[in-house]
Design a binder for this molecule. Structure first.
Ligand code: FAD
Length: 562
């Protein structure tokens, strides 16, 4: 059976579990009624099922190629992208005055969940453009906005983000790309960037690079970095692609997966660029793009989890070993846990998106703080779920999972990078226990208090509610312990702490779904699986996180080599 977009589940989540209603109640998003949600998700679902999913395998088997300096996308990608662009799907949340739909980010994230499940490699193309539109909207001059955003929003042009250099990965501040003022308000950008997704392509008529570089008076480290718009073709006086800029794709990387998305080594050779945001304010501007992209990468994981689960579920019903393998308890366990994890990760991502929308539209500082807290969790847990579910998907297939024809392995290979790009999951976890705790835990405590109150009020599921309340209370105590730890100890426990948050929040949303769907419903049974089998892992994670760093460093580098 081909991929089917989980439209009904997203509607259920936005209706009952993480309601979009408070967002639709704001003046800015009054058009986001439940009819709009239904229309958007249904139409996006049709595009995903009918157009994007059928060419997903093409990307894997026929990777993008570099030919005479131009990147040629995989077969069928251009035609499919044209439909994405024509439907307005590049800019669901983009500003209406510049050609976007002007809908809440939550809807864009929901659509991205569907698209990533259908074809993650192609979906990365509009995803990066969306992030670029967001960065320009918040930081670019009116002139740059008017010139670039409409073309990006329509899908005529595409956007990339250029941070990484050979010596500057997680440590972005180590970058060496230079920007020299030309004296006419433009800049000459020189340097090499690596791993640039969709750094060139023949799906659009211009590729717009947002490039991090250092001005001559930029101090070392992140504080001296500025952001520049560097287009492949310099727009002429009518805003059409004009002369070629002095930049090129040097080569494409050979990757373990995500073959349909070209990953480029880029060379900027005195290329003409325009400053976005103030001098030396590049990281702030890029963070707008990265935060958007982090949540989107989280839902890439969720989308792949969905697709991998659907494939495994189908196979488990067809494959007979003594009896259909779905009747074996261990296979049933794998499927139930895959489904429960996917629902939890999807709900957390939607909760993050709703908080972002409320922060913006209602100017609600508490919601903005919640969004900031949830972003690293949504990114790391969403991608972790994508990896884990696709791994289990292979296991359900047995030997056939290891054979490429089934497609189970492609999900596993494609999703692996999501835990690495947009800030590795380790970096996300450090952000959670570091920067996001600079409020002395205020945002975390507010959220956990709400989880506990919600559990107290849950009717009909006393046993599950007690488990959720206890775990949230234990996590509250863990945050208090964490706040007393020194940085090294905190960082040693960062990933387990993030997973404890994910488990408690996942259980919280499962409980809400159970209450909304009612006793005996599939969601109530799924909540039972998550809360009784997966939530207890939160305690092990907290125990690990509180060990600190001493034992890790007691093992010297020589000891590690035994
Ligand atoms: C397919 C693909 C597409 C990509 N697309 C883009 C793109 O479009 N634009 C772009 O700019 N980049 C892109 N990247 C680059 C990506 O963002 C980086 O690979 C990522 O940020 C990690 O950097 P790195 O590879 O240098 O790893 P490193 O930074 O060398 O990290 C190696 C390991 O060390 C850990 N580590 C590093 N520093 C710390 C620290 N301070 N504390 C704790 N642990 C640490 C990491 O978590 C990781 O486990 C892409 C990469 C890939 C593979």
């Amino acid at each position: 059976m081909p991929y089917r977009s989980p439209v009904a589940e997203l509607r259920f989540i936005l209706d009952k579990v993480v309601p979009l209603a408070p967002v639709a109640a704001t003046e800015k998003f009054s058009e986001a009624t439940s009819d709009t949600v239904e229309a958007i998700l249904t139409e996006a679902g049709k595009l995903c099922d009918g157009v994007l999913a059928p060419i997903n395998r093409n990307g894997d088997l026929h990777p993008a190629k570099l030919e005479n300096g131009v990147v040629r996308a995989s077969p069928g990608f251009k035609e499919a992208f044209n439909q994405i662009a024509e439907g307005g799907w590049v800019s669901v949340a983009g500003p209406a005055e510049h050609g976007g739909m002007g809908l809440p980010l939550t809807l864009a994230i929901a659509v991205n969940d569907l698209m990533a499940g259908a074809n993650i490699a192609l979906h990365l193309h509009p995803l990066l453009t969306q992030g670029q539109i967001d960065a320009l909207e918040h930081h670019a001059s009116d002139e740059l906005k008017a010139l670039y955003i409409p073309k990006l929003a329509s899908g005529e042009w595409s956007g990339t983000m250029n941070l990484t250099e050979p010596q500057a990965g997680s440590d972005v501040g180590a970058l060496r790309t230079k920007a020299e003022p030309n004296g006419d308000g433009t800049y000459s950008i020189t340097g090499q960037k690596i791993f640039i997704s969709w750094g060139d392509n023949d799906l659009v008529s211009n590729v717009c690079h947002l490039v991090l570089a250092r001005l001559p008076d930029g101090v070392p480290g992140t504080k001296g970095i500025s952001l520049f718009m560097v287009p492949k073709f310099i727009p002429d006086e009518n805003g059409n692609p004009g002369v070629a800029n002095t930049l090129k794709v040097v080569s494409l990387e050979h990757k373990m997966g995500l073959h349909g998305s070209p990953t480029c080594v880029m060379s900027f050779e005195g290329a003409k660029g325009w400053l976005v945001g103030g001098p030396h304010k590049g990281m702030a501007a890029m963070f707008t793009m990265m935060n958007n992209a982090r949540l989107n990468v989280g839902v890439e994981g969720v989308g792949i989890a969905e697709a991998a689960y659907q494939k495994a579920l189908e196979y488990a019903q067809d494959r007979v070993q003594f009896k259909p393998i779905i009747e074996h308890a261990d296979v049933r366990r794998m499927l139930a846990e895959m489904r429960a994890e996917t629902f939890a990760a999807r709900s957390i991502a939607m909760a993050c998106a709703v908080a972002i929308d409320l922060g913006h539209a209602a100017n609600d500082a508490a919601q903005a703080a919640r969004a900031a807290l949830l972003t690293p969790i949504a990114k790391a847990y969403g991608t972790q779920t994508g990896m884990w579910v696709s791994d289990q998907g292979i296991q359900v297939h047995g030997g056939m999972g290891f054979i490429e024809e089934t497609g189970a392995a492609q999900f596993y290979r494609d999703v692996r990078v999501t835990a690495i790009y947009e800030g590795t999951n380790g970096i996300q976890a450090m952000d959670l226990v570091g920067r996001k705790m600079m409020d002395q835990g205020a945002a975390a405590f507010a959220l956990l208090d709400e989880v506990m109150l919600d559990a107290k009020a849950a009717t009909g599921f006393a046993d599950l509610a007690t488990d959720v309340e206890k775990a949230a209370s234990a996590l509250r105590a863990h945050v208090e312990t964490l706040l007393k730890q020194d940085t090294q100890d905190r960082f040693a426990g960062a990933v387990p702490t993030l997973m404890a948050f994910a488990r408690v929040l996942g259980a919280h949303f499962h409980l809400r779904a159970a209450v909304a769907a009612g006793e005996g419903s599939a969601y109530a049974k799924l909540a039972q699986v998550y809360i009784k089998r997966l939530l207890p892992q939160a305690y092990a994670s907290m125990t690990e996180a509180e060990v600190g760093a001493a034992d890790l460093y007691a093992l010297s580098v020589e000891d590690l080599a035994i």
